[in-house]
Design a protein. Structure first.
Length: 396
């Protein structure tokens, strides 16, 4: 390839990175290699492939041409060394922790990370002797205090789910470095269109591609993007054997979704700005959290760290749980569902849904109040979304 995609714009990267015309057929769209295994020319070829002396596909868990295209595309967008795709976002997290930590190591995490991400660390990785502390990583002193000599990994989600609290990636990367710990950032909420943590000093980025990267609410999938060859190698070894790999058909669908990432994020974000302003001005709304509003306590950090405020908004209706439930029970165009980052607007109530498994004490401590409502604004015409809010608000 004569042109250097790493220097091009992110719309160009989303469409072209990792992609090439198929040499065998001239197909412009990526071919779907739906195969579990690959034939060798002869025994010597098979031996050379296994020994890594020759580049060749062996078995889809270890590598597949359709999956590789997606890995290259996301790695280019994030500015990473390479990509390791997984069957889900949670598999990306679990594979990373499995590869990076051992018994006796300590992890510091963002207190309001995606509910199941916290759950698997607290309940399952702890059974293998991995210790943890979840703190408000938006507060740098809290991060410094939580660091122990055994801390090997700092795991940050920014903006965090669903409190929309931001973490200063550059500052936390520095704290981690001073402690010989790695920084893993879950970049699902922003996608590489709005935030590139590796450029800010993070060591590894992970995604639930189920959300913005695929964007069409029809695939569950994940990706790990290590910043260096050494980290890529370390995680890849585990990725081979853990079995959390991606199916070629999943990769093919996500490749299709990825091409429109730029225009989708832009359209969702334009709508979200208007929805956030509408909610903030509404007399029945207690507060709104959106990085694009000046009322967000970390508005300045958002401007510095993100290329745009994104499409996720949290707000609280006056009247707590009941009032929130009345609003959600009356939406018509918006869909009452978990997940986010798709073309359609989804609205949900974390304390009864995504974060219901969390004890109320820790949920409140993490800033997730009883009446908090989260909306992932989609690409519909914004007038229709505002009209839906207006009619549902009348029931509150
Ligand atoms: C959805 C999500 C995950 C988990 O991803 P799955 O694809 O559902 O396994 C992790 N982190 C964040 C921020 C998410 O939104």
């Amino acid at each position: 390839m004569s042109h250097d995609l790493s220097k091009m714009g992110r719309n160009t990267q989303a469409i072209h990175a990792g992609q090439h015309v198929d040499p065998a057929t001239g197909a412009v769209a990526p071919p779907l290699f739906q195969t579990s295994t690959f034939a060798f020319h002869d025994c010597a070829h098979g031996a050379a492939c296994f020994a890594g002396e020759q580049k060749g596909y062996i078995y889809t868990r270890m590598g597949n041409p359709t999956v590789e295209r997606l890995e290259q595309a996301v790695a280019t967008l994030e500015g990473g060394y390479g990509g390791l795709s997984t069957g889900s976002g949670l598999a990306a997290l679990c594979t990373s922790i499995f590869a990076l930590l051992k018994s006796g190591d300590h992890l510091v995490g963002t207190s309001s990370v995606y509910g199941p991400s916290r759950m698997v660390i607290e309940r399952d990785f702890s059974r293998f002797g991995i210790e943890y502390d979840f703190v408000d990583t938006g507060d740098l002193d809290a991060v410094r205090k939580a660091m122990r000599p055994q801390t090997r990994l700092v795991f940050v989600e920014t903006p965090a789910n669903p409190t929309i609290v931001l973490t200063d990636i550059e500052a936390v990367a520095e704290i981690a470095r001073q402690n010989d710990a790695l920084l893993l950032v879950d970049n699902t909420f922003c996608s590489p269109l709005l935030q590139r943590p590796l450029e800010k000093g993070a060591d590894i980025v992970m995604h639930s591609m189920t959300k913005f990267i695929n964007g069409h609410t029809d695939v569950v999938s994940g990706m790990i993007v290590p910043g260096t060859e050494a980290l890529y190698g370390q995680i890849r070894k585990v990725h081979y054997y853990l079995g959390a790999c991606m199916d070629p058909h999943q990769a093919w669908l996500v490749l299709r979704g990825l091409k429109t990432l730029g225009m989708r994020v832009k359209a969702c974000q334009e709508n979200a700005i208007k929805v956030a302003e509408y909610l903030e001005a509404h007399p029945k709304v207690e507060w709104v959290r959106y990085p694009g509003l000046e009322s967000h306590p970390q508005h300045e950090l958002a401007r510095r760290q993100m290329d745009g405020p994104g499409a996720l908004i949290s707000f609280e209706i006056k009247g707590g749980v009941e009032a929130g439930a009345r609003l959600l029970d009356h939406v018509e165009l918006m869909t009452l569902a978990v997940s986010l980052g798709g073309i359609e607007t989804l609205i949900q109530h974390p304390s009864s849904m995504t974060h219901a498994a969390m004890p109320r004490e820790s949920r409140l401590a993490a800033g997730i109040s009883d009446g908090l409502v989260r909306v992932s604004v989609g690409c519909e015409d914004v007038e229709d979304l505002l009209a839906d809010f207006e009619q549902a608000m009348a029931h509150v």
